[in-house]
Design a protein around this ligand. Structure first.
Ligand SMILES: [Ca+2]
Length: 153
């Protein structure tokens, strides 16, 4: 029991150090190479190990949505650090299907014609057109995110 307590304390300490280093670390550092996603045409990536929160019973409004398009393209999230409604890195992942194919979703949703759905309004436009369908929440997790430097996006 004594040993277990010491190990827990060191795990917490290591977690704190890891978090503190994220802002300084390069792209090859552990925990900074997680899945990337767009928010308002800007690429972000996870900056810590995602933690599964399914089954916690937390209210839906305490999460921000990430729309996952599988292999078609990177996901799109509705909020990010600095946004007024940001929930601190608590995410719910919505699986999207593209009933008419990716090209159709781009045709109806890629409002700025940059070849990718990379903002919430673009996802919404594709959904309104019926070219993207929210098939439900498949995952809840928590992790912090950072902007990807322009030179790496
Ligand atoms: Ca776009």
């Amino acid at each position: 029991m004594h040993v277990k307590r010491i190990m827990s304390a060191s795990a917490v300490a290591a977690g704190t150090v890891g978090t503190a280093l994220v802002g300084l670390a390069g792209p090859a550092s552990a925990g900074v190479s997680g899945p990337a996603f767009y928010v308002d045409h800007v690429l972000y990536r996870t900056a810590a190990t995602p933690t599964d929160l399914s089954g916690t019973g937390a209210p839906a409004h305490s999460y921000d949505a990430i729309y996952s398009f599988g292999d078609a393209q990177r996901s799109v999230a509705e909020s990010a650090p600095g946004y007024r409604d940001y929930n601190g890195g608590r995410w719910e992942v919505h699986a999207m299907s593209l009933p008419h194919g990716y090209a159709a979703a781009l045709a109806s949703g890629d409002l700025d014609d940059d070849g990718v759905l990379d903002a919430l309004d673009e996802v919404t436009a594709a959904m309104v057109a019926g070219d993207a369908v929210d098939t439900g929440i498949v995952r809840w997790f928590v992790c912090t995110v950072n902007k990807v430097p322009a030179s790496q996006s």
